[in-house]
Design a protein around this ligand. Structure first.
Ligand SMILES: Nc1ncnc2c1ncn2[C@@H]1O[C@H](COP(=O)(O)OP(=O)(O)OP(=O)(O)O)[C@@H](O)[C@H]1O
Length: 202
């Protein structure tokens, strides 16, 4: 079974013309896929379709289907999809909701009723994966932009998704930061077997 399959998928936001028109795309399990296109091409919308925000959050009109791990996104909830798909928005700072690094990664786990011991294990593992071990007590506001982005990646990894979607993750990074980010994503792909989908401006 493929990780993500778009089948003749078209989509318009409420009140707009089609933003995506008849997309056919198969992302095999374990792939590292880069979606490129100019500004306004629909890269963000495509990312939002994988995590289910399109159409669950935005509404709008659609045709065709998007399947994640075989199931249609429209048959699932965003909550259930979040366990399968970790999403890092281009404006990743908007995903940060707590004071400290530990709380940030623990937040969604505690909301799901995962016990303290398992939460501590997952937080430690996720922070280690992104190179933020030892940052647990740091205030989120004190981190650099790149560190904040890695914290968001750790927060979504703590849910142990098998697919990671990142919308233009390098857009706010300098060349060295972008290289480090892609090295991290490569490790997550090769060592953790996570399917990666990244959008990137051409
Ligand atoms: N919430 C929304 N409501 C209405 N139209 C939208 C919304 N979000 C995006 N659009 C429109 O959908 C089209 C595709 O936008 P999208 O953000 O997916 O493109 P993009 O390729 O990610 O662009 P960029 O590289 O500039 O971020 C654009 O014409 C945009 O104006």
């Amino acid at each position: 079974m493929s990780a993500v399959v778009f089948e003749a998928f078209s989509y318009a936001y409420p009140g707009t013309d089609k933003v995506l028109d008849h997309i056919d795309l198969t992302v095999p399990r374990g792939a590292f896929t880069v979606i490129t296109g100019p500004s306004g091409a629909g890269k963000t919308t495509l990312c939002l379709a994988v995590c289910g925000a399109v159409p669950h959050y935005f509404g709008g009109a659609l045709a065709g289907t998007v399947r994640v791990n075989g199931g249609k996104t429209t048959d699932s909830t965003m909550y259930n999809l979040a366990r399968q798909v970790g999403t890092v928005l281009e404006d990743y700072e908007s995903q940060l909701v707590t004071m400290t690094v530990f709380e940030e990664v623990a937040f969604s786990l505690e909301n799901r009723g995962i016990d303290e011991k398992e939460t501590a294990r997952r937080v430690a593992d996720a922070l280690a994966l992104v190179g933020l071990s030892g940052f647990e007590d740091r205030e989120v506001a004190s981190l650099s932009g790149g560190q904040k982005q890695r914290l968001v990646i750790a927060s979504v990894l703590a849910a142990e998704p098998d697919i990671l979607v990142l919308d233009e993750p390098a857009s706010a990074l300098d060349p060295q930061g972008a290289e480090e980010l892609y090295r991290l994503l490569g490790r997550l792909n090769v060592e953790q077997g996570i399917t990666i989908i990244v959008s990137n401006m051409t």
